[in-house]
Design a protein around this ligand. Structure first.
Ligand SMILES: CC(=O)SCCNC(=O)CCNC(=O)[C@H](O)C(C)(C)COP(=O)(O)OP(=O)(O)OC[C@H]1O[C@@H](n2cnc3c(N)ncnc32)[C@H](O)[C@@H]1OP(=O)(O)O
Length: 680
């Protein structure tokens, strides 16, 4: 058992700063442990000793009978380091520091925090917090918190479930948990980690994921997550949704390259979470909605959705959302549609979204018959039932049919129910008991379905091999970089650096009589903007072009004029999460088009192909408007080669291949720049 799991398995809890003083935060953990019937030992710590809420109090953890599994520290910040020393001396392995007054307050608090963490680490004590509201493991009734949530009757009588909620923000964590409980969710754990000074929220999530009874995890993070911890969390196989604040920092980071502008840390996090099969929630509702979807044990085998509705309007809204969320609205098989046409009234629709109409209210068998046919269609991976105003009686009938079909088919069934609770006061409970996630709008139901697909889709685990080419020691000029790219197996234009006008003419003739001339000036990234590139120089003009570009003070590169194709950018930059590969459409116009996709490296098989597929303008590669199709397989190989090339490079660089031109046959890197980032 890892020490972190003591947060919910502790058989003894010391409350340092426990007091009987009414209203004091140090009273609450003792009162909650007592009220919830904590079966372990409760050890109030207070210099005055005596008894607190009937329990023997001790002046220090060193005076209390050991072993002590968990300490909850709730004394003023200046007293915390000494309390931590005592915990170390008493052999305690995990302490929660609820006290505020640390890094969140400024430099002095940060120093106090660093000192506290250093003492704990030296003594083998893990610290949760400071500036948090504690941790709760419902199963073992470990209520190490002062959150007022636990004084509510609804929570005292809560039967614990398998959902874990972990939040850096204490108030938000318990606030979200309270909203979840109000909906009927049954969390098993709520853990808050405050400043994440030692133990991070992500580490707690990864630890909870190891609990056999944990069925899903929701997290709120403020810090940029550690990529290895994310990977290990993802590899647990438990469904996870994360809400990460700080999106607005997007674009705030100054970047030397186009890739830097396209792959901001927030976008990289989006890409990483997608890659790892973790849901990124946009707000608290979405987080809880995903949590509700996770509680159903059924997982979709694919992204194809059938919408069944009694309301044409909500069916159409759901269909729009299915597409917007990247799911697929299955057209259904011919035989399914034919069978539905026999069942559904003529004013309904046997096409997806399937409208069984309000006639179902007088003939509930319509539910069973139509759902049976839909669920049996193997082009259907998930079913979303969209209903509007319903009474409890209507809900009962729908739920019976929906639960039966979910059970029989093993396919997830989600419900959108647009109508007030006062019309159907028992509906929420009925749906929850039947294991059917229930949402107030088609958009929220579909978003939850997308979350379910995100955590269920197969993920490649192997990664592609590296090429073993070492990090360039310094920023390379374009010809040097192209030579390195060519060594790695990438196609670059034929050509070379020339030393004289006559050599410039000779190379122009060698490459076909018309060439591209470029000034080679170290540090000059956007050459076209300053006239340092001449495209389509004829042999007769080679000498003049050479003289003109020599004026930039560097060497001159003469290259073949590469034919028409689709221009893209391929870039790699190191982010807080590690190296990230970005593919963007548009070459030099890529920032304006903002059509880009990223993956953390290393790539797994299939990733490069998926990236190409994610471009909104992918149709350009397929040969839009009568143009020849571009060589997509060669583009995929190019991406994989770039990923393999940089796999052994150390952090702190940006590599821009821009433009990369995909031809009818082959893909060529027309220009490339390598920048060593100022701050690695
Ligand atoms: C909101 C969010 O989302 S996250 C933020 C979460 N955290 C918070 O909100 C906490 C904010 N408040 C604080 O940080 C405060 O400093 C608190 C609540 C931790 C402590 O407040 P104070 O009452 O000033 O603490 P203080 O250190 O004086 O003592 C508390 C009790 O511990 C006792 N105590 C003092 N020293 C010790 C010690 N070394 N060991 C044990 N008990 C001690 C005190 O005697 C007192 O008990 P008493 O009232 O019976 O005499």
């Amino acid at each position: 058992m890892s020490e972190l799991s003591l947060l919910w398995n502790a058989e003894s809890v010391a409350v340092i700063g426990a007091t009987e003083r009414e209203g004091a935060l140090g009273r609450k953990p003792v009162a909650y442990l007592q009220r919830y019937g904590y079966p372990g030992r409760i050890l109030p710590i207070n210099p005055k000793g005596g008894t607190i809420l009937g329990y023997q109090a001790y002046p220090s953890v060193l005076d209390a009978p050991g072993p002590i599994d968990l300490a909850f520290i709730v004394v003023s910040a200046d007293r915390v380091p000494a309390a931590v020393d005592d915990c170390v001396a008493a052999g305690i392995k995990v302490a929660i520091i609820a006290s505020s007054g640390f890094a969140e307050t400024g430099d002095e608090g940060a120093a106090l925090q660093a000192e506290t963490v250093a003492r704990a680490r030296a003594g083998g004590l893990r610290l949760v917090g400071p500036n948090c509201i504690g941790a709760v493991g419902f199963g073992n009734k470990v209520m190490a918190t002062f959150s007022p949530l636990f004084s509510a009757e609804a929570v005292v009588s809560l039967e614990p479930g398998g959902l874990g909620i972990v939040s850096q923000s204490g108030a938000l964590g318990f606030g979200a948990a309270s909203l979840g409980i109000e909906r009927g969710m049954r969390p098993g754990w709520v853990i808050t980690t405050g400043n994440d000074a030692d133990v991070s929220a992500l580490e707690v999530l990864a630890e909870l994921a190891q609990e056999p009874s944990c069925t899903g995890l929701l997290g709120y993070l403020e810090n940029v997550p550690d990529v290895d911890a994310l990977r290990s969390l993802a590899s647990s196989g438990k469904p996870v949704a994360l809400l990460k604040s700080g999106r607005s920092e997007e674009g705030g980071r100054a970047a030397a390259s186009h890739t830097g502008a396209l792959a901001t840390d927030d976008r990289v996090l989006d890409a990483a979470l997608r890659q790892f099969g973790i849901v990124r929630a946009g707000d608290i509702d979405e987080l809880l909605d995903a949590g509700d979807a996770f509680t159903s044990p059924r997982r979709p085998k694919g992204p194809r959705v059938a919408v069944v509705t009694t309301s044409g309007g909500s069916g159409i809204l759901a269909a729009d959302d299915v597409v917007a969320q990247g799911l697929e609205l299955t057209p259904l098989k011919d035989e399914t549609r034919a069978a539905l046409a026999e069942i559904i009234p003529s004013f309904g629709s046997a096409d997806n979204p399937v409208d069984i109409t309000a006639a179902v209210l007088s003939d509930p068998s319509l539910f069973d018959r139509s759902l049976d046919v839909i669920a049996a269609d193997d082009t259907v991976d998930m079913i979303i039932g969209c209903f509007c105003v319903m009474t409890d009686g209507d809900v009962d009938k729908a739920v019976r049919a929906l639960a039966k079909v979910a059970e029989k088919s093993g396919k997830p069934v989600l419900v959108s129910r647009t109508g007030a609770d006062f019309l159907a006061p028992n509906a929420r409970a009925t749906l929850r008991e039947a294991g059917l996630p229930d949402y107030p709008s088609p958009a929220r139901a579909v978003r939850a379905a997308a979350a379910l697909w995100q955590v269920s889709r197969p993920r490649a685990t192997d990664s592609l091999a590296g090429l073993g080419i070492a990090t360039p020691a310094a920023e390379l000029t374009e010809p040097e970089l192209k030579a390195l790219l060519a060594d790695a197996g990438l196609a670059v234009p034929v050509g070379r650096v020339v030393a004289s006008a006559s050599e410039a003419k000779a190379v122009t003739d060698e490459v076909g009589g018309t060439a591209v001339f470029k000034a080679v000036v170290p540090g000059l990234v956007h050459k076209t903007d300053v006239g340092a590139v001449k495209v389509g120089v004829a042999s007769a003009d080679a000498a003049d072009a050479f003289d003109e570009l020599s004026a930039f003070g560097g060497a001159v590169l003469v290259e073949e004029l590469v034919g028409e194709g689709v221009e893209l950018i391929i870039g790699v930059r190191t982010s807080d999460l590690g190296p990230v590969l970005t593919l963007g459409l548009g070459g030099i116009f890529t920032e304006a088009l903002d059509d880009a996709t990223s993956r953390l490296l290393p790539l797994a098989p299939g990733d490069a192909e998926a990236m190409v597929g994610e471009l909104r303008g992918k149709a350009l590669l397929d040969g839009a408007r009568g143009r020849a199709a571009a060589d997509v397989p060669s583009l995929v190989r190019t991406l994989e080669t770039v990923a393999a090339l940089v796999s052994d490079w150390e952090g702190g660089f940006e590599l821009d291949l821009n433009p990369v031109r995909v031809l009818e046959s082959g893909t060529k890197v027309l220009d490339a720049a390598h920048v060593i980032a100022k701050e690695a």
